[in-house]
Write a new protein. Structure first.
Length: 260
């Protein structure tokens, strides 16, 4: 049997144990061949485990006797139906609050928020291009003025190229990338040890959204902001507080560039 192509629906079927056993090996091979889907699968798996931890024991608790008595005392089918609908709504509310709590513990937001999409795009771009030695950028830092003008015109965001020398990073150059939300700019930096970080920028109408997004599969972190007509994500695999320090320095300079 020829291996079929898989989709995002199959990701969820795999997580729910609904994928046919004879397709499991092909599914695992598909994940290995598609790093972005593998990263999403790992994130969904981690989210599911965190949610299970938060809800551990809750769904197994017995229904309180008072609630049982209240439902039993209502003989009207319409009233009984209303009671059960109210109970279902309450369960969904508790689950939603628990999911929000779990998300708050990790800095993640369940669902495809604008911040999630920005971070995912930025991590995918970083994973693909930061490993390149000869073709990591389209325009090198030696042509800085052209790089800035070109990316500003194409993204619609008046860009500055942050100077991260205080963080021991030098600009290598940048490139233009397509996304579902429009053109994006990627700036790539490298320190003396060869460690690389990138800045991913695109226009956005969102106001004051920020967060931290971690790709479990790639061990890459994206710290992102959406404000002032654009969104940016600073991406890398730096240890300790260094990632936050680089992100704050870059964001401060990008924001200052919008005000000049």
């Amino acid at each position: 049997m020829n291996a079929r192509d898989f989709s995002d629906r199959d990701l969820h079927m795999g997580l729910d144990g609904e994928l046919p056993s004879d397709e499991r090996a092909d599914f695992e091979a598909w994940l290995e061949a598609n790093p972005d889907r593998k990263a999403m699968h790992a994130r969904f798996t981690a989210d599911r485990e965190r949610l299970r931890q938060v809800l551990a024991g809750t769904l197994d608790e017995p229904v309180p006797q008072k609630l049982r008595d209240a439902v039993a005392s209502e003989r009207s089918p319409a009233r009984t139906r209303w009671r059960w609908q109210a109970l279902a709504a309450a369960v969904l509310l508790v689950a939603g609050l628990a999911a929000g709590y779990a998300a708050g513990l990790t800095g993640l937001v369940f669902g495809e928020s604008a911040g999630d999409r920005l971070a995912e795009n930025a991590i995918e771009a970083h994973a693909m291009y930061s490993a390149e030695k000869r073709h990591a950028v389209e325009v090198p830092a030696s042509d800085e003025e052209h790089l800035k003008t070109w990316l500003s015109n194409r993204t619609g965001v008046p860009l500055v190229l942050p100077d991260l020398s205080a963080q021991q990073f030098a600009l290598l150059g940048g490139r233009l990338l397509p996304t579902a939300e429009g053109p994006a700019a990627m700036l790539l930096y490298e320190d003396g040890s060869g460690e690389r970080v990138s800045i991913f920028i695109r226009a956005s109408s969102m106001a004051k959204v920020w967060g931290k997004y971690e790709s479990v599969a790639d061990a890459i972190t994206a710290i992102y902001w959406l404000d002032k007509g654009f969104g940016c994500a600073i991406v890398g695999a730096l240890a300790g507080d260094r990632m936050s320090d680089v992100a704050r320095d870059a964001w401060r300079q990008l924001l200052a560039g919008q005000q000049t």
